[in-house]
Design a protein around this ligand. Structure first.
Ligand SMILES: [Zn+2]
Length: 416
């Protein structure tokens, strides 16, 4: 309850739009995903900080809006550590697409922005945001007999948490893929990757038909729905976050509901949990679990992803983080169990992993919703490459799909 009290108090602060006394502009975070505290405004300098809320440790997530500043230049001076990623702040002027400001204009922990003369509303964010409204837009544009939207659970704050089904219907002997995102609310890149994967499953092409014929997909877009909508970072919440809630007495409704779906022996062949690494890490990588057989399955999926990749965001299996390396060690989270720890216990599972997708750039290529979706399509190709239902059943291992092989060959032939 203490947690909820803190959240409500913080929301009240965020809902208060700060109006500059010297000029007619307002700055606020009172929208889905908003996060900011304003320390003060002096002339054209606005002193701000990210709102950590119930997270005791440093984190860097922020997202805010400025209105009424057309034609002015303002400096936003952050007060609490390093909060810019590899491409600097993301910005959206009026209804234009999000873009990156880059790092050249940064001055330490501050950035300056010249508001265009027609700027009614400008949003700034650590990363390109993705909230429930974005999912609704995605779904509204994709009415498909193969896509069903159900409700996994009600969140602690009463929000319905979506569960999407697509691909082949569940059936005995048919592989099942579980895809989950936003265990850490602020890690928005994951949602664009998942969109690309779902689009690939629904597409009227060879890959889409192959996936819809052979594999059942279950996708949970927002494991921390309240955090996503409230603009929480969600990472390292006290006492623990959603990702680390997979022990015996789960705290969060979504985690309890997801676990309960699998207690009766519901099949799961591949469990994939998409995250983002630290603020300026620029590699896509899989963090593998402790079960050697299941980690080997994830490694095969990873090798397939490298093999079939067609999008501009590069992936190299050499970047993977094996269990026992870096943060991917049991000592990092003590007695708590994370999603992959739990998934590894599911009967018949072939592969499970955390897929880390950067916030801002991959090997120097700036992230866009479009190239993240292409990475999602590449992931769908890799899954198709790995999962041939008959072979999975017969041999208990993954073998290449002819469809993915053909697509890959066609792509190679097009390459210079
Ligand atoms: Zn994460």
């Amino acid at each position: 309850m203490k947690c909820r009290h803190v959240l409500l108090l913080t929301a009240a602060i965020c809902a208060f739009a700060v109006r500059s006394p010297a000029a007619e502009f307002t700055i606020d975070a009172d929208f889905p995903g908003g996060n900011l505290l304003v320390d003060g405004i002096e002339g054209d300098v606005v002193r701000v900080r990210q709102d950590r809320r119930d997270t005791p440790r440093f984190w860097f997530h922020w997202s805010f809006r400025v209105r009424g500043a057309a034609g002015r230049s303002l400096t936003f001076q952050f007060q609490d550590g390093r909060v810019f990623g590899a491409e600097g702040p993301a910005v959206r002027v009026n209804d234009e697409p999000w873009r990156w400001l880059g790092r050249k204009g940064l001055d330490g922990d501050a950035f300056r922005f010249a508001f265009p003369a027609d700027a009614r509303e400008v949003r700034f964010s650590f990363a390109i945001p993705y909230v429930e409204d974005d999912l609704r837009r995605f779904l509204a544009a994709r009415q498909h007999p193969n896509l069903r939207v159900e409700t996994l659970a009600r969140s602690e704050q009463g929000r319905p948490v979506e569960l999407l089904r697509c691909g082949a219907p569940s059936a005995p002997g048919r592989p099942e893929v579980l895809l989950v995102c936003r265990h850490h609310a602020c890690e928005s890149s994951a949602s664009f990757v998942a969109e690309g994967l779902i689009e690939a499953v629904l597409a009227d092409d060879a890959l889409g038909r192959s996936l819809r014929d052979s594999i059942a997909f279950l996708y949970i877009p927002f494991m921390d729905k309240d955090g996503v909508e409230a603009g929480d970072q969600g990472k390292a919440r006290a006492p623990h976050d959603h990702w680390l809630d997979y022990g015996d007495n789960s705290r969060y409704a979504t985690v309890r509901a997801l676990k309960s779906r699998y207690t009766a022996g519901q099949r799961c062949d591949l469990a994939l949990d998409i995250h983002s690494p630290y603020l300026d890490d620029d590699r896509v990588f899989f963090a593998l679990g402790s079960d050697v057989r299941i980690a080997a399955g994830a490694d095969r999926l990873a090798r397939s992803l490298q093999l079939v990749r067609t999008g501009e965001l590069r992936y190299d299996v050499a970047d993977n983080l094996s269990f026992g390396s870096g943060w991917n060690r049991r000592e990092e989270y003590g007695e708590l169990r994370n999603f992959v720890d739990w998934a590894e216990q599911l009967p018949g599972l072939h592969a499970a992993a955390t897929l880390e997708v950067p916030y801002a750039s991959v090997r120097g290529v700036a992230i866009t919703p479009a190239n993240l979706r292409m990475l999602g399509r590449d992931l769908a190709l890799a899954i198709d490459h790995c999962f041939r239902p008959a072979d999975v059943q017969r041999r208990g291992e993954f073998v290449p799909s002819p469809v993915a092989g053909e697509i890959h060959r066609a792509d190679l032939e097009r390459s210079p």
